[in-house]
Design a protein around this ligand. Structure first.
Ligand SMILES: Nc1nc2c(ncn2[C@@H]2O[C@H](COP(=O)(O)O[C@H]3[C@@H](O)[C@H](n4cnc5c(=O)[nH]c(N)nc54)O[C@@H]3COP(=O)(O)O)[C@@H](O)[C@H]2O)c(=O)[nH]1
Length: 821
């Protein structure tokens, strides 16, 4: 590399020297040419000399004269001699005509022109003549010697040169000079090119690199060696390129990552079934997902961007609404949620819930909003359904307790201002469970639906009919004048309820008990009004059903008592507050005590001895009858076993079963367990069932009775005659005794119809192979009548009230017992 550099330098020096020499030559040559003055250029002097020399045609000939004295001094003689010699001795070889001119410009010698001599001053003529003579006679060497002696300083030698010749000289000179110049220029050019190429190579390398960078190619390294500025620059440039390359690579990688992310996000939002869109602050779409574009607008996303809702939503009202909501959202600067019904591109109408949220640029300026719309049609429908379910009865579609309460509160609110009365009527069907159990729940449901329709027809549209559960309905009379009007409506309702209903081609007769509470008299609170109506309804039920009853504050007192009683009842078993009394059963024929009926008593710590009628219904209602009944059964069996162990005459013990106990599926197991536990002979246990208990569901009851019979116990049908026993069923039940209700016995003497019922029951019992037991025998007449009818057994105050166990033992031990005749 260094050698090359030296060579180039040497070459450059040579070229420069050559160029300088050539330039010097050229300058000298030009100067020489310039020394030969074209006297024709000097008009006055030129014309005079030309005239003297007889040169007429100035256009074709020029007189060229040497100009400088020094030249004469050195070369004049030689030149003059040579010129004159040539003119005289070799005139044919001359292309120019020489002449000599003195210091004043007078021609001294001009070989071709005689007149010249005449015009010359004498001394010059002489000189000229001498010259002529000399040259004409002397040899060349002689002429030269003469000339040397004559020639004074200041003479000039000239040539009359034809113009072409003069220019030929110059042209030759110029050509030479031009060739020299061109050669020099060429060489200089070559050297320069070399130098430039050498110097500019790094620059061009840099240029190439710059271009590559400009074209985005950063991977081509810049290879420039050296330590000069360009090399240093190139190195820095290459570092810069590397740095940019790396930065670009990072940028590209980050761009690729960004692009991947962007694509992923696009795919993601396209995969979301919700409608997603983005708008600028002027509500112009700047993006959306596929669901929005194709599902809602019906255009590809590209055709939506840059447009507004007004451009493609046909419903202008909706489009304007969208725009208003956009503005509100962006003005608010927070998420807003709206519901709107829209029509999709496939024509389906859906309800959308749209959440619009403003978004901002990095500099904090508003970028627009992001919208997400979701099809909530189904959800809303479900919500409506749930709301309906939450406020309506599923079976009948009537309002439920919640809605009733809500409406009642509203009605109370309005009545408060209007001064009118609001009435709550609570209706409970009488003995509906009998229908339900005997005819099935489906049948019962259909009946309830028909009744619901009927109730709705009775009241006005402003009133509310609700089902509170089971067979319990409520009617809210939103505005009535007074309680009299309410009573009329209540009576009308009962009338409609009592009209025959047809379900599955079967006629059903229903009655209801109705309780009424009034606003503002009975309470100002909706919940209390409903509760008071409920209390009144219970009163109506107790009063004999198929009637209505207005709420009375007394009812509340009773409820309070009942609540207290219930609390005490729950603790009574644990506190062992129950005990049994036994009422003897007497054989009518022999007068012997053949058994007894166990009757529970409650020794209340404050109230004293509480009769069963005051707590058995409550125990039944609360379910406490189940443990209480089990206790009675166990205690009665244990007592009977003790009597047997005491070797008293054998007596059976009768235990009353409650409806709930009987319905419990585990009664046979309980009886079996108790018998096993107490060791009582099953024949000495008599279980008393009521007529209504078995007739509510005769089939099921029949099965349960069979199970009990298998244990070896006796079964009696209590209160016979008060219910609706079907003889058909009765015939099939494994019953041992029919107990004639005391209401028939009471009137047996005075009332012939009562007597005939008793005789009929006795004969039915006997015909079915059962014993007849009369209850509530209080006097001898009754006893006598029963004996006359062939009644088998009796019990009643006439013989004995229910008595404690020890008294019953004493009674048993009496030898003589009263007997009927
Ligand atoms: N499930 C259960 N029910 C029971 C139980 N113990 C009693 N009861 C039922 O309570 C009702 C009332 O019973 P009670 O007050 O004991 O009355 C009984 C007798 O005292 C009464 N009786 C008997 N003879 C006469 C009479 O000559 N005159 C008259 N006024 N009353 C009389 O009758 C009741 C017994 O009736 P019954 O059961 O129908 O034989 C009552 O319904 C009891 O069944 C129990 O443990 N479990």
């Amino acid at each position: 590399m260094k050698t090359r550099s030296v060579l180039v330098k040497i070459l450059a020096v040579i070229v420069i020297a050559f160029g300088l020499s050539a330039a010097a030559v050229l300058v000298l040559a030009h100067r020489q040419v310039q020394d030969i003055i074209d006297w024709s250029q000097s008009k006055e002097y030129g014309e005079r000399i030309a005239g003297m020399l007889g040169i007429l045609d100035q256009h074709y000939q020029r007189l060229l004269l040497t100009q400088r004295e020094e030249v004469y001094r050195q070369d004049f003689q030689d030149m003059a001699l040579k010129a004159l010699s040539a003119a005289y001795f070799h005139p044919e070889e001359l292309s120019v005509q020489p002449c000599i001119i003195d210091a004043d410009g007078n021609p001294l010698l001009h070989p071709g022109k005689d007149p010249l001599h005449q015009a010359l001053p004498l001394h010059l003529v002489t000189a000229a003549q001498v010259f002529e003579q000399t040259f004409s006679t002397a040899t060349e060497e002689q002429a030269w010697a003469i000339f040397q002696t004559y020639a004074p300083w200041g003479w000039r030698v000239g040539y009359i040169v034809p113009l072409p010749v003069k220019y030929a000289m110059v042209r030759d000179l110029d050509q030479g000079l031009a060739i020299t110049m061109l050669g020099t220029i060429f060489l200089a050019g070559c050297v320069l090119t070399l130098i430039i190429r050498r110097q500019l190579r790094p620059v061009s390398e840099l240029t190439r690199a710059s271009l590559a960078i400009a074209e985005g190619r950063f991977d081509l390294p810049i290879q420039i060696d050296g330590k000069d500025e360009i090399a240093l620059l190139a190195k820095q440039f290459d570092r810069m390129r590397t740095s940019i390359h790396e930065t670009m690579a990072e940028l590209q990688s980050s761009q690729a990552a960004t692009e991947r992310e962007r694509k992923f996000l696009k795919d993601l939002i396209d995969a979301i079934p919700d409608l997603i869109f983005f708008k600028d602050p002027n509500s112009v779409y700047i993006g959306c997902n596929r669901a929005f574009a194709e599902g809602f607008i019906g255009l590809p996303p590209g055709e939506i961007i840059g447009r507004t809702d007004l451009d493609f939503i046909r419903d202008r009202e909706l489009a304007t609404l969208f725009r208003e909501k956009d503005r509100e959202t962006m003005a608010l600067g927070a998420t807003r949620v709206n519901d709107e019904w829209i029509t999709l591109s496939n024509g389906r109408r859906i309800l959308i819930e749209t959440a619009k949220t403003p978004f901002y640029h990095v500099d904090g300026s508003l970028g627009g909003l992001i919208g997400v719309s979701r099809d909530v049609t189904e959800r809303r429908r479900n919500e409506e359904q749930l709301r309906h379910l939450a406020t309506h009865d599923e079976l009948t579609g009537l309002a439920n307790r919640t809605l009733l309460q809500d409406r009642l509160e509203q009605s109370v609110h309005y009545a408060n201002r209007s001064g009118r009365v609001v009435a709550v009527l609570l209706l409970d069907l009488d003995r509906f469970n009998v229908i339900n159990d005997s005819l099935g729940h489906d049948f019962g449901d259909k009946l309830l639906c028909l009744l619901a329709q009927r109730l709705q027809q009775v009241v006005r549209e402003a009133d509310t009919v609700a089902r509170l559960g089971g067979d319990e309905f409520a009617v809210l009379l939103a505005e009535v004048a007074d309680s009299e009007d309410v009573g009329m409506v209540a009576a009308k309702i009962l009338e409609h309820v009592a009209e025959p209903l047809w379900v599955d081609n079967r006629e059903v007769l229903l009655t209801a008990s109705l309780g009424i509470s009034l606003y503002p008299q009975d309470s100002k609170d909706a919940v209390t009004l409903i509760r008071n109506a409920d209390l009144a309804m219970y009163r109506a039920k107790k009063d004999g059903r198929n009637s209505f009853s207005f709420y009375d504050p007394e009812m509340n007192l009773r409820v309070q008592e009942t609540l207290e009683l219930e609390t005490d009842l729950r603790q009574a078993l644990d506190r062992e507050e129950f005990l049994l009394h036994y009422q003897p059963k007497v054989d009518l024929a022999s007068g012997a005590v053949i058994g007894c009926e166990a009757l529970v008593r409650w020794r209340h710590p404050r109230r004293g001895l509480v009769p069963p009628n005051d707590f058995i219904p409550l125990a039944e209602e609360t379910g406490l009858i189940v443990p209480l009944g089990a206790w009675v059964l166990r205690e009665a069996c244990r007592q009977a076993r003790r009597w047997k162990e005491a070797e008293l005459p054998p007596v059976s013990v009768a235990v009353n079963l409650s409806a709930r106990q009987f319905r419990q599926g585990d009664l046979p197991e309980l009886v079996a367990d108790v018998l096993a536990e107490t060791g009582l002979d099953p024949h000495l246990l008599d279980l008393e069932l009521t007529e209504s208990m078995v007739m509510d569901n005769p089939v099921k009851a029949g099965r349960a009775m069979l199970d009990l019979k298998k244990l070896g116990v006796s079964l009696s049908l209590d209160d016979f005659g008060t219910g609706y026993s079907s003889l058909n069923y009765l015939r099939r039940f494994p019953v041992d005794c029919l107990k004639i209700d005391r209401s028939f016995i009471r009137d047996v003497v005075d009332d012939p119809s009562g007597a005939s019922v008793v005789t009929s029951v006795i004969s039915i019992a006997h015909n079915l192979g059962m014993a007849a037991v009369a209850e509530g025998v209080e006097n001898e007449d009754q006893l006598r009548f029963l004996a006359s009818c062939g009644c088998d057994t009796y019990q009643g105050y006439f013989f004995s009230k229910p008595i404690p166990a020890e008294e019953f033992v004493a009674l048993l031990q009496r030898e003589t017992l009263p007997a009927g005749e």
